[in-house]
Design a protein around this ligand. Sequence first.
Ligand code: NDP
Length: 277
Amino acid sequence: MSTAYLIGKPVGHSLSPAMHNAAFAALGLPHTYRALEVDESQLRATLERWRGEDVLGANVTIPHKEAVLKLVDEVDDEARAIGAVNTVARKGTRLVGHNTDKYGFEQAVRSIRGHSVDDSGYPFVMDNVLVLGAGGAARACVLSLLEHKNGVLIANRDRARAQRLAGAMAKFDTYSRGIQVVPWSERGTVVDAVVNATPLGMHGEDPLEGAELPLWVVDLVPTAEETPLVKRARSREYGAVVDGLVMLLHQAARAFGLWTGLEPPLEVMRAALPRPV
Ligand code: NDP
């Protein structure tokens, strides 16, 4: 029996164990998935321990995705481009870093029907897509948006971190729609679409409280109840909404495939979520 972990802080709220444990059971695999709260100071030792244990790998969540990239033995091209690792797979004594957030984000935005504007089903080709946050998840979303010809604005509480992200991603802006940093205090400015890649919403906050919402609202925050932002966006008669649970499902499915080498039972994983998506 092998174990897969979720490491981060906090992890108690996570919906990932239910999905992965349901998938292991459905395929008759004797594995378990456990959430493990890990401080930054414990990260290196935790990863070190896994080399000699019966561990499939791990998901990495807030706030460790950028730090883990520097602690694994190998990093795949996508995780390297994003600059963050959200999935670790053990190959013998070596730990390999991957990133399934970009895939999860793309599957989630493609899941909205009737809005596709390119052959791949990607629904955004816009001048001003505002990304809230500049951490690991924001990095994956910004890369995806730039690859699909969007103009990106980044607003982050720590502006210097947003500037570092914009600088690192500038080379992917091959369609030259631009990547800019805007002050966190101006995140309510009217844009074409918004992607919330902060944890605001986890405890009932609305990161855009009081502001008019753009046509497209993507909230990465995966919660058992809809977040206030998702609720508010859904209450309109227009526009499209992407719920963090959909991204959670798809990033998890890809991680499952990386650990097991098997086709993930997507519908089993979907059914393990706390509400239909
Ligand atoms: P990181 O720790 O890498 O980044 C966190 C980001 O959120 C930073 O930009 C940070 O800003 C910002 N932030 C944190 N707290 C606050 C706050 N109180 N007010 C404003 N900004 C804040 O985390 P991740 O990027 O990995 O995750 C971000 C969110 O996205 C989490 O809620 C996570 O659950 C969600 N997520 C969902 C996924 C899904 O599949 N649905 C996948 C990945 C992430 P600063 O730099 O100023 O500290």
